[in-house]
Design a protein around this ligand. Structure first.
Ligand SMILES: CC(=O)[C@@H](O)[C@H](O)COP(=O)(O)O
Ligand SMILES: NCC(=O)COP(=O)(O)O
Length: 244
């Protein structure tokens, strides 16, 4: 089975928000990603709206050719937005306002009653719910009890490690978590911090359904697109320049 690729376009919006411009447009980025082979588009609507906005989510839902995976905290505000917009997929993630990026998986055990309720509410709207969790057996078992059909295994710790033995150990832990989740009938995605040098071992784990990757793809696009972007500006200036 091919592993699906969800392209996270948060950081296209980060670039836009850095200047308050109308570009780059996440909708355009989504269409390019889809044409290049993305199976889905992932966006994280953060409570502080630091990158993706409500307007982006609405437009993406109207324009995406594939499917939108909305990442969000399990807050009343976000649940209101999700039940109104009804994205096909919704991934519940932990969120701290002052974090640079997501720092770990949800503590499903500590928030089981609430998450069970949220899973039921979103599922009733026809949304496929996923819980973003670490590859911890107890968290996986709690996710099963919550009734979420999907989990996304947090690969952030794996991505941060530099020692080969520790990387192998973390990969083993993710593999064991994946197996446990599959035995329990879950669909298993993975993501966070994956890039061009660390994705292959995760993509090679048998049974992984989808990888969600964003920062590394957008970062690479900035560099691979730079040559064309400079040439276009060079041409524009040369054509406009006054020749006395
Ligand atoms: C939940 C997760 O792993 C990330 O996709 C998350 O969306 C990262 O948030 P930022 O894009 O704001 O770094
Ligand atoms: N859920 C992970 C995701 O969407 C992308 O994370 P990253 O590649 O931007 O770290």
């Amino acid at each position: 089975m091919p592993v699906l690729l969800g392209v996270n376009i948060d950081h296209v919006a980060t670039l836009r928000q850095a200047r308050g411009t109308r570009y780059p447009e996440p909708v355009q980025a989504a269409l390019i990603a889809e044409q290049a082979g993305a199976d889905g588009i992932t966006v994280h609507l953060r409570e502080d709206r630091r990158h993706i906005s409500d307007r982006d989510v609405e437009l993406l839902l109207q324009t995406a050719q594939t499917r939108i995976n909305l990442e969000m905290a399990a807050t009343d505000e976000m649940i209101g937005i999700a039940t109104r917009l009804r994205p096909p997929h919704c991934c519940l993630v932990p969120e701290r306002r002052d974090e640079l990026t997501t720092e770990g998986g949800l503590d499903v055990i500590a928030n089981e009653a609430r998450l069970k309720d949220v899973c039921a509410q979103l599922s009733a709207e026809g949304i496929q719910v996923s819980l973003f969790i670490d590859a911890e057996p107890a968290q996986i078992e709690a996710a099963v009890r919550c009734g979420a059909p999907v989990i996304e295994i947090h690969t952030g710790r794996y991505a941060e490690l530099t020692d080969p033995a520790q990387i192998r150990a973390e990969l083993r832990r993710i593999h064991e978590g994946l197996d446990l989740a599959l035995e329990n009938g879950l669909i298993v995605n993975a993501g966070h911090g994956l890039h061009y040098h660390n994705t292959a071992p995760i993509a090679g784990l048998p049974g992984i359904n989808e990888l969600n990757i964003g920062h590394a793809i957008v970062a690479r696009a900035v560099l691979t697109g730079l040559d064309e972007a400079v040439r276009a500006m060079r041409t524009l200036i040369d054509q406009a320049a006054w020749r006395g």
